[in-house]
Design a protein around this ligand. Structure first.
Ligand SMILES: CC(C)(COP(=O)(O)OP(=O)(O)OC[C@H]1O[C@@H](n2cnc3c(N)ncnc32)[C@H](O)[C@@H]1OP(=O)(O)O)[C@@H](O)C(=O)NCCC(=O)NCCS
Length: 148
């Protein structure tokens, strides 16, 4: 779909899920399950993309579509490939896929300063807080959104 100098971005496939789970586990305190990703592959009202170099998955994004919005539900980049623009490319590709959308939004942990920096850099702004959204850690989520 989209090619960068080193990686390509394309639709997620079931053969990607093993590698995705490895990234997921090192990226989140409460990782998604295999079943969670499998369900995304058959979802009609959303998009699942991977960034790959050859057969190696280096990042992925999952977006859920509303009438005129995209909810970014999951995004992670392999630790070896961070700070090289992979997440930026994935977000841009996700938005590009749904050009009728007027805005994108997401929840991010209040402690996840790195991801907040990414979203702010890409023009997302904080629009609210969901108190204790992450139940296991009793942690708030910031609600961030970007209008196009
Ligand atoms: C957050 C995450 C997805 C960023 O991926 P990435 O590919 O490293 O991000 P990019 O290289 O596209 O970053 C683009 C810009 O975002 C900002 N940014 C990204 N990571 C940052 C960090 N660790 N610290 C500060 N700013 C950061 C920077 O402005 C960066 O531009 P620059 O490198 O030119 O300064 C990645 O760190 C990750 O997978 N973290 C664990 C999972 C996670 O938190 N996902 C988001 C859940 S809401």
């Amino acid at each position: 779909m989209h090619a960068d100098s080193e990686w390509i971005i394309r639709q997620m496939m079931s053969k990607d899920i093993d590698q995705i789970l490895e990234i997921e586990i090192v990226s989140f305190p409460t990782p998604w399950s295999r079943r969670g990703f499998e369900q995304e592959l058959i979802r009609q009202d959303g998009i699942s993309l991977v960034a790959k170099i050859g057969d190696t998955v280096i990042g992925y994004i999952i977006g859920w579509f509303g009438v005129d919005e995209i909810h970014i539900a999951n995004l992670a980049v392999h630790p070896d490939w961070r700070r090289q623009g992979v997440a930026r490319s994935l977000i841009q590709a996700c938005i590009h896929e749904r050009q009728i959308c007027h805005w994108a939004w997401l929840e991010v942990r209040s402690s996840n300063i790195n991801a907040q920096s990414l979203y702010r850099k890409l023009g997302f702004r904080e629009i609210g807080i969901r108190k204790k959204y992450y139940v296991q850690e009793n942690e708030d989520a910031l609600l961030m959104a970007k209008e196009f």
